[in-house]
Design a protein around this ligand. Structure first.
Ligand code: TSB
Ligand code: ZN
Length: 622
């Protein structure tokens, strides 16, 4: 058996790579302190697991009674007392029998003890990479003893009592499995000091302000319904407007860049996906087939096979290449139900997709063209914060990836060379490739700092081979083209989720569902306001009139909440002068201007897809 000091030294090895050791010890210690407080306040509570996580910690409890957010303050107060008690964290090693004895009344801990005894599991029940058997250790502070590998603080007094906060109560199944008992999870956030805690709470508040699910509801952009199902959003008129404008914009850019747009059905026979390899490598992400009498149909998880059949429907010479087939292609993926929320991860999605069929010697240039298109689109949309990720195969995973090392090496090298030639920085991440080839993924972070893939450009030698695609080269030989799969704006769902958060719902004028609202000061100005509304609508703008009985300030406040870029206030003076008084959603007032002048302003700002509300301003609004 190891001495206490040795055990504490070993415990530091449990700190995950990249996790700040101080924060890890603080959070881990607080999880134990919280468990002590909960057990004291709610006798009969059984503890399950309580690890440090990003920004904080949680503990799962099997409680005798239900517990709500209103109970957190009391627990928190008791935790502060425990902190002030300066109780030491003591560790000692125990044998399996003693561990079983110590936790004999707690089936959760007993299960974990068995895992530790047999080897291959840590004290949270997570499988370990090798079946190593770890020493069983228990940590104690004050009255609380837990099965734990550490590390912890030396004593509870080392934690700042004002640098943590219990955030919420939720439910979680033991081992995350619905078949198991439901536990109560209390989540807390913890930091080194008060300033760090407050900075974190501020970030959270900002994230909530921008949260696209909240704004999606408030601004009536999209909705879900339990009768339709998780991950199957409905685009409401406002959201549909934003989406349509983005779609029109990108299709216009693509037409200029030589793409041809097609429409193809969302279904295909199972055989199609057997041939493509989706059936072998991507089946888990597909909805189960629809079984008909003589055939099985599947909802397509990708658009490539359909586009490939379009290419294959004709003979091609090298002179025809590259052929760029584009579609706002709707596809369906059987995403795990836990991973969805809002629009960013869904089960039915429309990808700004295209497949470029080209000769190997054209890959570099085509790739560079796509990158240019991506950069132009980002500039238009005001997207400035992103990173490149080279997503490569995991050589050990033959289930997920097509087995053909020579092909993979060639495609990965080509991708690397192309990125290097463009002089763009990237990180390489194995295990993130598509099953058919490596990808250049462009990663954004959402308001909570979570990373997701948006744009993607992929090099594929596999599918041309599977479908025996050909073209006749200069020397009259039949060759396989290369396919570049690319999604410039990702799926409309994921991109709009991002844009809602980026703009905090205040879309640039060209995307705003309603661009201007007429605000008549009193009833006698309504007729004039209607006239202006009709005129602007005739000119193709999205304009509304607020004819409610609300007072003027309430009307402005309302428009502000709806993030309508321009509020056009009209009273006697404006009627007289055929003008409007323009108030911006930023709070700024422009002087009264003739309706013609406002129309010209709106036209200019919208047509140039400006990110600002007034002319000659390069900067987007804050
Ligand atoms: C680019 N066959 C290629 C296509 O030609 C393809 O489908 N690639 S993909 O699998 O990487 O998906 C393209 C993009 O769709 C991803 O980069 C991601 O931005 C987006 N996407 C993927 N899954 C989802 C989802 N469940 N919800 C919303 N968007 C998604
Ligand atoms: Zn594809």
């Amino acid at each position: 058996m190891n001495a206490e000091n040795d055990l504490k030294a070993q415990a530091d090895q449990n700190i995950p790579e990249g996790y700040d050791p101080d924060l890890y010890r603080i959070r881990h210690s607080l999880a134990h302190i919280m468990a002590q407080a909960v057990i004291e306040r709610y006798p009969g509570t059984m503890t399950a697991i309580g690890p440090p996580i990003e920004n904080g910690f949680y503990y799962d409890f099997d409680l005798p009674d239900k517990l709500g957010e209103e109970d957190l303050k009391g627990i928190e107060n008791r935790m502060k007392e425990i902190i002030r008690g300066r109780h030491s964290f003591r560790v000692r090693e125990v044998g399996p029998d003693e561990a079983r004895e110590l936790f004999r009344d707690n089936p959760y801990k007993l299960e974990l003890v068995e895992g530790l005894t047999q080897g291959g599991y840590d004290e949270y029940g997570n499988a370990l990479p090798d079946a190593q058997q770890t020493a069983i250790t228990v940590y104690r502070q004050d009255t609380f003893l837990d099965l734990c590998r550490g590390p912890h603080m030396e004593h509870t007094g080392e934690i700042k009592f004002n640098a943590f906060k219990l955030m919420n109560v939720s439910s979680a199944y033991w081992h995350g499995d619905e078949q198991n008992p439901m536990l109560t999870r209390i989540y807390g956030t913890a930091w080194r000091d008060k300033t760090e805690l407050h900075a974190h709470l501020k970030r959270l508040e900002e994230a909530q302000r921008r949260d696209h699910r909240r704004l999606g509801r408030e601004l009536e952009l999209f909705m879900g319904h339990e009768f339709i199902g998780t991950g199957l959003p409905i685009w409401l008129p406002n959201g549909a407007t934003v989406r349509r404008l983005i779609e029109e914009y990108i299709e216009e850019e693509e037409r200029k860049a030589g793409y041809m747009h097609v429409y193809s059905p969302h279904l295909g026979k199972q055989e199609l996906y057997e041939k493509s390899g989706h059936w072998e490598h991507y089946k888990d992400e597909m909805f189960p087939p629809i079984e008909l009498k003589n055939e099985n149909l599947v909802l397509r998880p990708m658009n490539c096979p359909h586009h490939i059949l379009i290419y294959a429907s004709k003979l091609h010479s090298y002179r025809d290449l590259p052929i760029r087939i584009a579609e706002l292609g709707t596809m369906y993926r059987f995403e795990k139900s836990g991973k969805m929320g809002g629009l960013s991860r869904v089960r039915a999605m429309t990808l700004n997709d295209a497949h470029i069929f080209c000769s190997p010697s054209q890959v570099k240039e085509e790739f560079a063209n796509v990158m240019r298109l991506v950069e132009r689109a980002y500039r238009t949309l005001g997207i400035a914060d992103y990173a490149y990720r080279l997503s490569l195969r995991d050589k050990a995973d033959s289930e997920k990836y097509v087995d053909n090392d020579a092909m993979w090496d060639m495609a990965e090298d080509m991708l690397r060379e192309t990125m290097d030639a463009l002089d763009l920085p990237y990180v390489e991440v194995p295990g993130e490739a598509a099953f058919y080839g490596p990808k250049l993924d462009i990663q954004f972070r959402d308001v909570l700092g979570r990373e997701e893939t948006y744009s993607t450009i992929q090099i594929d030698f596999h599918l041309p081979n599977q479908f025996d695609l050909t073209y006749i080269d200069r020397d009259d030989r039949e060759c396989h083209p290369v396919i570049i799969h690319r999604g410039v704006l990702s799926t409309m769902e994921r991109m709009v989720a991002y844009l809602i958060e980026l703009y905090a719902g205040a879309f640039p004028v060209w995307l705003a569902p309603i661009q201007a609202v007429l605000i008549p000061i009193s009833d006698r100005h309504i007729a004039y306001a209607q006239q202006v509304t009709a005129r602007l609508a005739q000119a193709g703008f999205r304009v509304e009139i607020d004819e409610s009985n609300n007072r003027i300030n309430a009307k402005i406040r309302n428009a502000q909440l709806r993030k309508i870029p321009y509020m056009l206030v009209v009273g006697d003076r404006e009627v007289q002068g055929e003008s409007v008084s323009v108030r911006l959603r930023s709070g700024e007032n422009l002087n009264a201007m003739p309706v013609t002048a406002f129309e010209a302003l709106l036209r200019h700002i919208a047509n140039t897809r400006s990110l600002s509300l007034v002319e000659n301003e390069k900067q987007p609004e804050a």
